[in-house]
Design a protein around this ligand. Structure first.
Ligand SMILES: Cc1ncc(COP(=O)(O)O)c(C=O)c1O
Length: 393
Protein backbone atom coordinates (compact mmCIF):
# COMPACT_ATOMS: atom_id res chain seq x y z
CA UNK A 1 0.00 0.00 0.00
CA UNK A 2 1.62 3.24 -1.14
CA UNK A 3 0.27 6.66 -0.18
CA UNK A 4 1.47 9.79 -1.96
CA UNK A 5 1.70 13.43 -0.99
CA UNK A 6 3.76 16.25 -2.50
CA UNK A 7 7.37 15.16 -2.05
CA UNK A 8 6.42 12.08 0.02
CA UNK A 9 5.75 8.42 -0.73
CA UNK A 10 4.64 6.32 2.23
CA UNK A 11 4.72 2.55 2.52
CA UNK A 12 3.14 0.59 5.35
CA UNK A 13 5.70 -2.15 5.83
CA UNK A 14 4.15 -5.38 4.51
CA UNK A 15 6.93 -7.44 6.14
CA UNK A 16 6.52 -6.13 9.69
CA UNK A 17 6.56 -8.81 12.35
CA UNK A 18 7.34 -9.07 16.04
CA UNK A 19 10.98 -9.95 16.63
CA UNK A 20 11.48 -12.37 19.46
CA UNK A 21 14.68 -10.85 20.77
CA UNK A 22 16.77 -7.70 20.36
CA UNK A 23 20.13 -8.09 18.64
CA UNK A 24 21.31 -4.61 19.59
CA UNK A 25 20.71 -4.97 23.31
CA UNK A 26 21.23 -2.84 26.38
CA UNK A 27 24.30 -4.93 27.19
CA UNK A 28 25.84 -4.06 23.82
CA UNK A 29 24.96 -0.40 24.33
CA UNK A 30 26.67 -0.43 27.73
CA UNK A 31 29.86 -1.90 26.24
CA UNK A 32 30.04 0.86 23.63
CA UNK A 33 29.16 3.56 26.15
CA UNK A 34 31.90 2.38 28.47
CA UNK A 35 34.47 2.84 25.71
CA UNK A 36 33.10 6.21 24.57
CA UNK A 37 33.20 7.52 28.12
CA UNK A 38 36.92 6.73 28.25
CA UNK A 39 37.54 9.17 25.37
CA UNK A 40 38.60 12.65 26.50
CA UNK A 41 36.38 14.20 23.80
CA UNK A 42 33.25 12.35 24.96
CA UNK A 43 30.20 14.22 26.15
CA UNK A 44 26.49 13.44 25.77
CA UNK A 45 24.91 15.15 22.79
CA UNK A 46 22.03 17.45 23.73
CA UNK A 47 18.43 16.23 23.73
CA UNK A 48 16.44 19.31 22.71
CA UNK A 49 12.75 19.77 23.30
CA UNK A 50 10.93 21.78 20.63
CA UNK A 51 7.85 22.63 22.69
CA UNK A 52 6.62 25.62 20.72
CA UNK A 53 6.92 23.79 17.40
CA UNK A 54 5.15 20.74 18.85
CA UNK A 55 2.31 22.94 20.05
CA UNK A 56 1.98 24.66 16.69
CA UNK A 57 1.79 21.23 15.01
CA UNK A 58 -0.76 19.93 17.56
CA UNK A 59 1.66 17.36 18.97
CA UNK A 60 2.47 16.48 22.58
CA UNK A 61 6.22 16.89 22.10
CA UNK A 62 9.19 16.82 19.74
CA UNK A 63 12.52 15.67 21.14
CA UNK A 64 15.67 15.92 19.03
CA UNK A 65 19.11 14.49 19.68
CA UNK A 66 21.39 17.17 18.25
CA UNK A 67 24.49 15.35 17.00
CA UNK A 68 26.21 18.42 15.53
CA UNK A 69 28.48 18.68 18.58
CA UNK A 70 29.50 15.01 18.77
CA UNK A 71 33.29 14.78 19.27
CA UNK A 72 33.64 18.08 17.40
CA UNK A 73 32.87 16.21 14.15
CA UNK A 74 29.56 17.86 13.23
CA UNK A 75 27.83 14.44 12.94
CA UNK A 76 27.01 11.30 14.95
CA UNK A 77 29.16 8.97 12.85
CA UNK A 78 32.30 9.09 15.01
CA UNK A 79 30.45 6.95 17.55
CA UNK A 80 30.56 3.96 15.22
CA UNK A 81 34.01 4.41 13.70
CA UNK A 82 35.72 4.94 17.03
CA UNK A 83 34.14 1.88 18.63
CA UNK A 84 34.94 -0.36 15.64
CA UNK A 85 38.58 0.77 15.62
CA UNK A 86 38.83 0.21 19.36
CA UNK A 87 37.52 -3.35 18.99
CA UNK A 88 39.88 -4.06 16.09
CA UNK A 89 42.90 -2.85 18.03
CA UNK A 90 41.84 -4.75 21.16
CA UNK A 91 41.62 -7.91 19.09
CA UNK A 92 45.00 -7.30 17.48
CA UNK A 93 46.73 -6.80 20.83
CA UNK A 94 44.78 -9.47 22.74
CA UNK A 95 42.94 -7.04 25.06
CA UNK A 96 39.53 -7.83 26.56
CA UNK A 97 37.42 -4.90 25.29
CA UNK A 98 35.18 -5.08 28.36
CA UNK A 99 38.14 -4.28 30.59
CA UNK A 100 40.12 -1.97 28.32
CA UNK A 101 40.03 1.81 28.11
CA UNK A 102 41.13 4.15 25.38
CA UNK A 103 44.15 5.14 27.52
CA UNK A 104 45.37 1.50 27.71
CA UNK A 105 45.98 1.53 23.96
CA UNK A 106 48.13 4.62 24.26
CA UNK A 107 50.63 2.87 26.54
CA UNK A 108 53.86 1.47 25.07
CA UNK A 109 54.44 -0.87 23.34
CA UNK A 110 50.88 -0.59 21.96
CA UNK A 111 51.22 3.06 21.02
CA UNK A 112 54.08 2.21 18.65
CA UNK A 113 52.30 -0.89 17.36
CA UNK A 114 49.23 1.21 16.55
CA UNK A 115 51.35 3.34 14.19
CA UNK A 116 51.80 0.36 11.90
CA UNK A 117 48.03 -0.10 11.39
CA UNK A 118 46.35 1.74 8.51
CA UNK A 119 42.60 1.98 7.98
CA UNK A 120 40.51 2.63 4.91
CA UNK A 121 36.86 3.32 4.19
CA UNK A 122 34.45 4.77 1.65
CA UNK A 123 32.13 7.56 2.67
CA UNK A 124 29.80 10.36 1.72
CA UNK A 125 31.71 12.38 4.29
CA UNK A 126 30.54 11.83 7.83
CA UNK A 127 31.60 8.22 8.35
CA UNK A 128 34.99 8.94 6.76
CA UNK A 129 35.45 11.90 9.03
CA UNK A 130 34.67 9.69 12.03
CA UNK A 131 37.14 7.00 10.90
CA UNK A 132 39.84 9.55 10.08
CA UNK A 133 39.41 11.18 13.49
CA UNK A 134 39.27 7.87 15.39
CA UNK A 135 42.33 6.53 13.56
CA UNK A 136 44.17 9.71 14.51
CA UNK A 137 43.27 9.21 18.17
CA UNK A 138 45.20 5.95 18.10
CA UNK A 139 47.99 7.42 15.95
CA UNK A 140 46.93 5.44 12.84
CA UNK A 141 46.64 6.66 9.25
CA UNK A 142 43.34 6.54 7.34
CA UNK A 143 42.72 6.42 3.58
CA UNK A 144 39.23 7.62 2.75
CA UNK A 145 37.44 7.35 -0.62
CA UNK A 146 34.41 9.42 -1.58
CA UNK A 147 31.80 9.11 -4.34
CA UNK A 148 31.86 11.39 -7.40
CA UNK A 149 30.31 14.78 -6.74
CA UNK A 150 31.24 14.85 -3.02
CA UNK A 151 31.65 18.36 -1.63
CA UNK A 152 35.25 19.58 -1.39
CA UNK A 153 34.47 21.03 2.08
CA UNK A 154 33.57 17.53 3.28
CA UNK A 155 36.74 16.05 1.73
CA UNK A 156 38.97 18.63 3.40
CA UNK A 157 37.25 18.13 6.74
CA UNK A 158 38.18 14.42 6.63
CA UNK A 159 41.87 15.16 6.19
CA UNK A 160 41.86 17.90 8.81
CA UNK A 161 40.66 15.75 11.70
CA UNK A 162 42.99 12.81 11.04
CA UNK A 163 46.63 11.91 11.46
CA UNK A 164 48.33 12.10 8.05
CA UNK A 165 44.92 11.13 6.65
CA UNK A 166 44.22 11.03 2.92
CA UNK A 167 40.77 11.71 1.42
CA UNK A 168 40.15 11.22 -2.31
CA UNK A 169 37.03 11.93 -4.40
CA UNK A 170 36.67 8.96 -6.79
CA UNK A 171 34.75 8.80 -10.10
CA UNK A 172 32.42 6.12 -8.62
CA UNK A 173 29.02 6.14 -6.92
CA UNK A 174 28.82 5.19 -3.23
CA UNK A 175 28.79 1.44 -3.82
CA UNK A 176 31.66 1.81 -6.31
CA UNK A 177 33.68 3.78 -3.77
CA UNK A 178 33.11 0.98 -1.23
CA UNK A 179 34.38 -1.60 -3.74
CA UNK A 180 37.40 0.63 -4.49
CA UNK A 181 38.31 0.93 -0.78
CA UNK A 182 37.87 -2.84 -0.32
CA UNK A 183 40.19 -3.50 -3.27
CA UNK A 184 42.91 -1.15 -1.99
CA UNK A 185 42.61 -2.65 1.50
CA UNK A 186 43.36 -6.04 0.01
CA UNK A 187 46.31 -4.76 -2.02
CA UNK A 188 47.92 -2.67 0.71
CA UNK A 189 47.15 -4.59 3.89
CA UNK A 190 44.93 -1.76 5.20
CA UNK A 191 41.97 -2.59 7.45
CA UNK A 192 38.62 -1.82 5.84
CA UNK A 193 36.23 -0.13 8.28
CA UNK A 194 32.99 0.09 6.36
CA UNK A 195 29.65 1.16 7.83
CA UNK A 196 27.77 -1.27 5.65
CA UNK A 197 28.03 -5.02 5.37
CA UNK A 198 27.86 -7.82 2.84
CA UNK A 199 28.24 -11.57 2.99
CA UNK A 200 31.49 -12.38 4.75
CA UNK A 201 32.01 -8.78 5.96
CA UNK A 202 29.79 -8.42 8.98
CA UNK A 203 31.83 -8.14 12.15
CA UNK A 204 33.20 -4.62 11.68
CA UNK A 205 29.86 -3.13 10.53
CA UNK A 206 28.19 -4.79 13.55
CA UNK A 207 30.68 -3.00 15.83
CA UNK A 208 29.93 0.28 14.09
CA UNK A 209 26.21 -0.21 14.70
CA UNK A 210 26.99 -1.11 18.31
CA UNK A 211 28.85 2.21 18.62
CA UNK A 212 25.71 4.08 17.51
CA UNK A 213 23.80 2.59 20.45
CA UNK A 214 25.50 5.10 22.75
CA UNK A 215 23.24 7.69 21.14
CA UNK A 216 20.13 5.63 21.94
CA UNK A 217 21.25 4.94 25.48
CA UNK A 218 21.79 8.66 26.11
CA UNK A 219 18.40 9.52 24.60
CA UNK A 220 16.50 7.10 26.85
CA UNK A 221 18.26 8.49 29.92
CA UNK A 222 17.72 12.11 28.87
CA UNK A 223 14.03 11.48 28.19
CA UNK A 224 13.80 10.71 31.94
CA UNK A 225 10.69 8.59 31.81
CA UNK A 226 8.95 10.25 28.86
CA UNK A 227 8.23 7.60 26.26
CA UNK A 228 8.14 8.60 22.59
CA UNK A 229 5.13 7.39 20.64
CA UNK A 230 6.83 7.89 17.26
CA UNK A 231 10.48 7.53 16.28
CA UNK A 232 11.54 8.73 12.83
CA UNK A 233 15.02 7.66 11.70
CA UNK A 234 16.76 8.58 8.46
CA UNK A 235 18.61 5.91 6.54
CA UNK A 236 21.40 5.62 4.03
CA UNK A 237 22.36 1.96 4.29
CA UNK A 238 20.25 1.68 7.46
CA UNK A 239 23.02 0.86 9.93
CA UNK A 240 22.09 3.64 12.32
CA UNK A 241 18.33 3.26 11.88
CA UNK A 242 18.52 -0.53 12.30
CA UNK A 243 20.59 -0.39 15.47
CA UNK A 244 18.48 2.30 17.07
CA UNK A 245 15.17 0.75 16.02
CA UNK A 246 16.09 -2.54 17.64
CA UNK A 247 17.43 -0.86 20.77
CA UNK A 248 14.57 1.63 21.20
CA UNK A 249 11.88 -0.95 20.42
CA UNK A 250 12.83 -2.65 23.68
CA UNK A 251 13.62 0.45 25.76
CA UNK A 252 10.08 1.58 26.61
CA UNK A 253 7.09 -0.17 28.09
CA UNK A 254 5.02 0.65 25.02
CA UNK A 255 6.79 0.20 21.72
CA UNK A 256 6.84 3.41 19.64
CA UNK A 257 5.84 3.51 15.97
CA UNK A 258 9.02 3.36 13.85
CA UNK A 259 9.19 5.38 10.65
CA UNK A 260 12.10 5.16 8.24
CA UNK A 261 13.02 8.21 6.10
CA UNK A 262 15.06 7.97 2.88
CA UNK A 263 15.69 10.16 -0.17
CA UNK A 264 13.23 9.33 -2.93
CA UNK A 265 16.03 8.69 -5.41
CA UNK A 266 18.10 6.47 -3.09
CA UNK A 267 15.34 4.50 -1.39
CA UNK A 268 16.96 1.06 -1.21
CA UNK A 269 15.25 0.13 2.06
CA UNK A 270 11.84 1.35 0.88
CA UNK A 271 12.19 -0.82 -2.22
CA UNK A 272 13.42 -3.79 -0.20
CA UNK A 273 10.43 -3.54 2.16
CA UNK A 274 8.02 -3.03 -0.73
CA UNK A 275 9.33 -6.12 -2.55
CA UNK A 276 7.93 -8.22 0.28
CA UNK A 277 10.11 -11.31 -0.13
CA UNK A 278 12.59 -10.70 2.69
CA UNK A 279 15.42 -9.92 0.24
CA UNK A 280 17.19 -6.61 -0.26
CA UNK A 281 16.86 -4.49 -3.38
CA UNK A 282 19.68 -2.35 -4.77
CA UNK A 283 19.33 1.11 -6.30
CA UNK A 284 21.81 1.33 -9.18
CA UNK A 285 23.39 4.36 -10.80
CA UNK A 286 24.19 7.79 -9.37
CA UNK A 287 21.06 8.94 -7.56
CA UNK A 288 20.86 12.69 -7.08
CA UNK A 289 19.83 14.08 -3.74
CA UNK A 290 20.96 16.86 -1.43
CA UNK A 291 20.90 14.32 1.38
CA UNK A 292 24.47 13.15 0.71
CA UNK A 293 24.70 11.04 3.88
CA UNK A 294 21.58 9.11 2.85
CA UNK A 295 22.60 8.62 -0.77
CA UNK A 296 23.27 4.86 -0.62
CA UNK A 297 22.08 2.12 -2.95
CA UNK A 298 22.56 -1.06 -0.94
CA UNK A 299 21.05 -1.83 2.48
CA UNK A 300 23.40 -2.88 5.28
CA UNK A 301 23.08 -6.66 5.67
CA UNK A 302 23.64 -6.58 9.43
CA UNK A 303 20.64 -4.35 10.14
CA UNK A 304 18.37 -5.30 7.23
CA UNK A 305 16.62 -8.10 9.18
CA UNK A 306 15.82 -5.65 11.99
CA UNK A 307 14.45 -3.00 9.65
CA UNK A 308 12.51 -5.59 7.67
CA UNK A 309 10.82 -6.91 10.82
CA UNK A 310 10.50 -3.79 12.97
CA UNK A 311 9.86 -0.81 10.69
CA UNK A 312 6.22 0.25 10.70
CA UNK A 313 6.36 2.74 7.82
CA UNK A 314 8.95 3.70 5.24
CA UNK A 315 8.93 7.10 3.55
CA UNK A 316 10.72 8.13 0.34
CA UNK A 317 11.23 11.87 0.37
CA UNK A 318 12.08 14.72 -1.99
CA UNK A 319 14.78 17.23 -1.11
CA UNK A 320 12.13 19.86 -0.36
CA UNK A 321 11.19 17.87 2.77
CA UNK A 322 14.65 18.14 4.29
CA UNK A 323 14.93 21.78 3.22
CA UNK A 324 11.78 22.52 5.21
CA UNK A 325 13.23 20.61 8.17
CA UNK A 326 16.48 22.61 7.97
CA UNK A 327 14.55 25.88 8.04
CA UNK A 328 12.32 24.76 10.92
CA UNK A 329 15.46 24.01 12.95
CA UNK A 330 17.22 27.21 11.86
CA UNK A 331 14.30 29.53 12.64
CA UNK A 332 12.84 28.20 15.90
CA UNK A 333 9.49 29.24 17.34
CA UNK A 334 9.11 30.84 20.79
CA UNK A 335 11.76 29.65 23.23
CA UNK A 336 12.71 26.57 21.24
CA UNK A 337 16.48 26.19 20.79
CA UNK A 338 18.01 26.74 17.35
CA UNK A 339 19.53 23.56 15.93
CA UNK A 340 21.99 23.68 13.04
CA UNK A 341 20.91 20.67 11.01
CA UNK A 342 22.29 19.64 7.62
CA UNK A 343 20.63 17.98 4.64
CA UNK A 344 20.78 14.44 6.05
CA UNK A 345 20.01 15.61 9.59
CA UNK A 346 16.79 17.55 9.11
CA UNK A 347 14.70 15.32 6.86
CA UNK A 348 12.93 13.65 9.78
CA UNK A 349 11.67 16.98 11.15
CA UNK A 350 10.43 17.98 7.69
CA UNK A 351 8.56 14.68 7.55
CA UNK A 352 7.18 15.00 11.09
CA UNK A 353 5.80 18.46 10.25
CA UNK A 354 4.13 17.23 7.08
CA UNK A 355 2.55 14.28 8.86
CA UNK A 356 1.33 16.51 11.70
CA UNK A 357 -0.32 19.02 9.34
CA UNK A 358 -2.23 16.44 7.32
CA UNK A 359 -5.39 15.01 8.91
CA UNK A 360 -5.28 11.84 6.85
CA UNK A 361 -1.62 11.21 7.60
CA UNK A 362 -2.20 11.85 11.31
CA UNK A 363 -4.77 9.08 11.19
CA UNK A 364 -2.54 6.73 9.20
CA UNK A 365 0.40 7.14 11.61
CA UNK A 366 -1.82 7.20 14.73
CA UNK A 367 -0.79 10.75 15.63
CA UNK A 368 -2.77 12.66 18.28
CA UNK A 369 -2.25 15.81 20.36
CA UNK A 370 -0.47 13.61 22.91
CA UNK A 371 2.00 12.10 20.45
CA UNK A 372 5.67 12.53 21.27
CA UNK A 373 8.17 12.35 18.41
CA UNK A 374 11.81 11.39 18.89
CA UNK A 375 14.17 12.47 16.11
CA UNK A 376 17.91 12.57 15.58
CA UNK A 377 19.48 15.54 13.86
CA UNK A 378 22.39 13.42 12.69
CA UNK A 379 24.59 16.23 11.34
CA UNK A 380 25.21 19.95 11.51
CA UNK A 381 26.17 22.14 8.55
CA UNK A 382 28.62 19.68 6.99
CA UNK A 383 28.26 21.55 3.66
CA UNK A 384 28.22 25.13 5.03
CA UNK A 385 27.59 26.83 1.71
CA UNK A 386 24.55 24.70 0.91
CA UNK A 387 23.32 25.07 4.49
CA UNK A 388 23.43 28.88 4.21
CA UNK A 389 21.71 28.86 0.85
CA UNK A 390 18.85 26.69 2.06
CA UNK A 391 18.26 28.23 5.47
CA UNK A 392 18.33 31.82 4.22
CA UNK A 393 16.07 31.15 1.21
C1 LIG B 1 24.35 12.72 8.65
C2 LIG B 1 23.97 11.32 8.39
N1 LIG B 1 22.76 10.91 8.80
C3 LIG B 1 22.36 9.65 8.60
C4 LIG B 1 23.16 8.73 7.96
C5 LIG B 1 22.62 7.36 7.68
O1 LIG B 1 23.29 6.35 8.32
P1 LIG B 1 23.25 4.88 7.68
O2 LIG B 1 24.09 4.92 6.45
O3 LIG B 1 23.74 4.02 8.76
O4 LIG B 1 21.84 4.61 7.32
C6 LIG B 1 24.43 9.12 7.52
C7 LIG B 1 25.31 8.17 6.85
O5 LIG B 1 26.38 8.48 6.39
C8 LIG B 1 24.84 10.44 7.74
O6 LIG B 1 26.04 10.88 7.34
Amino acid sequence: MEIRRDGIRILKNPQRKERPKAVFTEEKAQEALRFHRSLPAYGESALCSLDALAKSLRLGGIFVKDESGRFGLNAFKGLGGSYALFRLLCERFGFDPRKTDFADLLQEPYRTKCRAVEFTTATDGNHGRGVSWAAGLFGCRAHVFMPAGSAEARRRAIEEVGFEAEAVITPYNYDGAVAHAARLAEENGWVLVQDTSWEGYEEIPARIVQGYLTLGNEAVRQLAGTAPTHVILQAGVGAMAGGLTDYLAHAFEKRPVFILAEPDEANCLYRSLEAGDGQIRIVEGNPETEMAGLNCGTPCGVTWPVLRDETDFACALADEVTEEGMRLYAQPLGNDPKIVSGESGAVTLGLAARIARDAELRKLFGVTEDSVFLLVSTEGDTDPENYRRITTA
